[in-house]
Design a protein around this ligand. Sequence first.
Ligand SMILES: [Zn+2]
Length: 247
Amino acid sequence: MVENTASSAEVPRKQRPPVFISSPLAALVEGIYRADTTIGRIRQKGNFGIGTFNDLDGEMVFLDGTVYCLRPQGDAEVIGDDVRTPFALVTQFEGDTQEHFDKPVAEADFEDALLDLIPSTNLMYAFKIEGRFSYVRARSVPKQNNYLPLAEIAQLQTVFEFHDVAGVIVGFYTPDFLSGVHMVGLHLHFITADRKHGGHLLGAAPDDVTVSLQHAPSIELGLPMTLDFLTMERTRDMEADLNKVER
Ligand SMILES: [Zn+2]
């Protein structure tokens, strides 16, 4: 018999897949809205994620293997494998833990309620929040010409509201030491249960939802081999710009 010499303090844990990040978000902030990464490649990296499309042509929700584009008016469309993305985060999602919020949570308290579920702020986590919401506020952006800085697009976004709606929030928590790679903290997108509407989440008040959480033991970062990316010079204050457009 082989004796098990592993430390008894180690809790056996199912090995989770990495989070694939197709490009550093810093490139998007500089106005680089085109890359060669196809949705087909994104779908090879998992079944779950968020992002955008070349020329910022809508917000991405990747859920149960299907990639949706949320258009500027909030309508959803299923996207094929040949479309390209300048930025996406993807993982294979099953969920490590589930928490049921069976009482209404105010919009002002929702982010803190989610952050309370994170065991360590030094890992990346995927969040899937499914159920009924009394209120959801989301946005999308119209298609852009290349190189207009992301911060200037804040004025062009369209914001829409949902009341008493069933749906799913998909997204990630990112630790602060990855600030050039993705937004620090929570970045969440929303799609309705009928998969017809949604956008980048600006606020939500859940009535009755299940929050599934999955940690990422590692990340895989794509570095685009495009001329735009190879010659990019960083001129923007990423944190300040993201506060204008993503919060
Ligand atoms: Zn977003």
